[in-house]
Design a protein around this ligand. Structure first.
Ligand SMILES: [Zn+2]
Length: 143
């Protein structure tokens, strides 16, 4: 298949995301030789790693950054008591349609104001399009 062949990418469901994140955690913790600590990563913490985007790239970055922090803290024998409430170096990315000047597509109003209404046909991430998302995470974009 050519790189230019358009493919219909089906975004993972919420439960698939959780499983993928558990794999990311296992891989990253192994890489930093802290696999014995991966049990500390609760479902609550995994939800904090989740980014509001069609794909999983931002989540992978969050897991990688958290694993590296855990590695450093472990080395200094300074791991947090409560992993769920520790300030991990993660970012709550949201994928919103910033528009595309090259093809004359305007930005979605939500790009500037999370309370605004979506422009019809915009390419923003929409929680209700991901099976199981709204039940687990709600519909409101994080601020
Ligand atoms: Zn939109």
């Amino acid at each position: 298949m050519s790189r230019l062949t358009p493919v219909q990418v089906i975004p993972p469901t919420f439960n698939e995301r959780l499983e993928i994140i558990e794999d990311f955690v296992a891989i990253a913790f192994k890489k930093y030789k802290i696999s014995h600590l991966k049990g500390k990563v609760s479902k609550k913490l995994i939800k904090k790693f989740i980014t509001w985007e069609w794909g999983m790239r931002g989540v992978e970055e969050n897991v990688e950054r958290a694993a590296y922090r855990a590695y450093l803290l472990n080395k200094k024998n300074n791991l947090p008591e409560n992993w769920d409430d520790y300030k991990w170096p993660i970012s709550q990315k949201i994928e919103l349609d910033a528009g595309d000047k090259d093809i004359n597509r305007p930005a979605c109003p939500v790009y500037k104001d999370h309370q605004a209404e979506h422009r019809e046909g915009c390419q923003c991430f929409k929680p209700e399009k991901i099976e199981g998302w709204v039940e687990a995470m709600g519909r409101q974009y994080p601020n």
